[in-house]
Design a protein around this ligand. Structure first.
Ligand SMILES: [Fe+2]
Length: 388
């Protein structure tokens, strides 16, 4: 690889720690911004975590506007509605607060404010996509779950209302100016969502570690991210007030997203399609399909899976890499079980007659292009049937 020129970049400024939302006013000053549009969803708006952020702004008499019209798996219309509020209310930057949906919506909103047009114009998969030239409004992202890692990413996934599929927008200008990781904001997250979002973080770290892209820095980050999930996810699920475990899970989620600038894999193609067809929570879909995808990949990814087995505490002495890989897969299944997540798609209401449509959409999703082992549409259908 030394003969190829590679660029590495880790551009987001991250503020981490209990109470770190208190740093916001100072950051506004540094960034030279005055009136944020706070982008969130209707559930989040009602939480104490959200109110604690508003309190920080009000104590410093900072003017703001809240837009809480982001639905789960955010749609293009949500983003368009947010743009209208941003313009009407004279906002000059954007804060995304919540899980992946508000944060992705915040990034897409910045694109439409800065560039105009529709979400579909910036579809990363389209050969006729419009270039994002900037400038875009500055963005601060504040996650309230530990899973998606969208707070450090340059991409946004938005559902097209007219096309019934997910559209990817990706550009370095979409990278937020700051990510504020305050574990206090995650303590009220219910155990089931803590578990599902945590498995999303684990899937990011595992899929990026095995993606066939040269990026040794991301590989190192992914391995540490896996270790943090293994040591802390179950603790955070079983004791929601364990602020140490919550903090480490926020770091693991952020690290997974830094690592997946390498790219993701087949578990994400399947989970994107499962969310699009069945509205399944993203992390839950990943949690269910991940062991099946790992089993499919194990011959090709056995070296990395052996590392994962060791991060789970398996003594791999005397095992060959394939045996260690089997142990890693067993450990992922066992973790799912310990944190109360289901094993099959059937258990979460997916219908057998939906599998063809899910398989078709998964094949169109680009994440599997960087899976360690290539997949045909038939391979994806087989994986779906196994996970069903
Ligand atoms: Fe994900």
């Amino acid at each position: 690889m030394v003969k190829e020129i590679t660029r590495f970049s880790f551009p987001v400024s991250i503020i981490y720690g209990s109470g770190s939302i208190g740093e916001l006013p100072g950051e506004f000053k540094d960034l030279g911004v005055k009136k944020p549009l706070i982008v969130t969803d209707p559930m989040m708006e009602k939480t104490d975590a959200f109110k604690s952020i508003l309190k920080v702004l009000e104590e410093k008499s900072i003017d703001y506007k809240v837009f809480s019209g982001v639905q789960p798996n955010p749609h293009d219309v949500d983003v368009e509605n947010g743009v209208a509020v941003y313009k009407t209310d004279g906002c000059d930057f954007i804060i995304g607060v919540g899980g992946g949906s508000p944060m992705d919506a915040a990034k897409a909103l910045a694109v439409l404010v800065g560039e105009g047009g529709d979400i579909a114009d910036y579809d990363a998969q389209s050969s006729t996509k419009k270039e994002i030239a900037g400038p875009l409004p500055k963005i601060i992202l504040i996650p309230t779950t530990a899973g998606t890692g969208s707070e450090v990413g340059k991409c946004s996934v938005i559902s097209s209302t007219s096309q019934g599929r997910k559209i990817f927008l990706c550009h370095s200008l979409m990278v937020p100016a700051r990510a504020v990781l305050d574990p206090e904001l995650t303590v009220s997250l219910p155990p089931y969502l803590t578990a599902a979002t945590g498995m999303d973080a684990l899937t990011h770290n595992i899929e990026s570690l095995t993606a066939p892209v040269f990026h040794p820095m991301c590989d190192g980050i992914a391995v540490k991210g896996i270790e943090l999930v293994v040591k802390n996810l179950e603790k955070a699920v079983k004791d929601p007030s364990d602020i140490e475990a919550r903090g480490y899970m926020m770091l693991a989620a952020m690290m997974g997203a830094v690592a997946f600038q390498k790219d993701l894999g087949t578990a994400h193609s399947l989970s994107h399609a499962l969310s699009a067809v069945c509205n399944l929570q993203h992390g839950l879909a990943n949690a269910i399909v991940l062991p099946f995808v790992m089993d499919y990949n194990k011959e090709v990814s056995k070296k990395e899976y052996a590392i994962i087995a060791r991060e789970f505490g398996v003594n791999t002495f005397g095992m060959d890499e394939l045996e260690a890989s089997e142990k890693a897969i067993e450990e992922v299944r066992a973790l799912n079980k310990r944190i109360g997540l289901p094993e099959s798609l059937k258990e979460v209401g997916v219908k057998e007659e939906q599998l063809d449509e899910i398989g078709g959409k998964a094949f169109l999703d680009p994440c599997h292009y960087t899976n360690s082992r290539s997949c045909t549409q038939d391979d994806l259908m087989t994986l779906l049937k196994e996970a069903f």
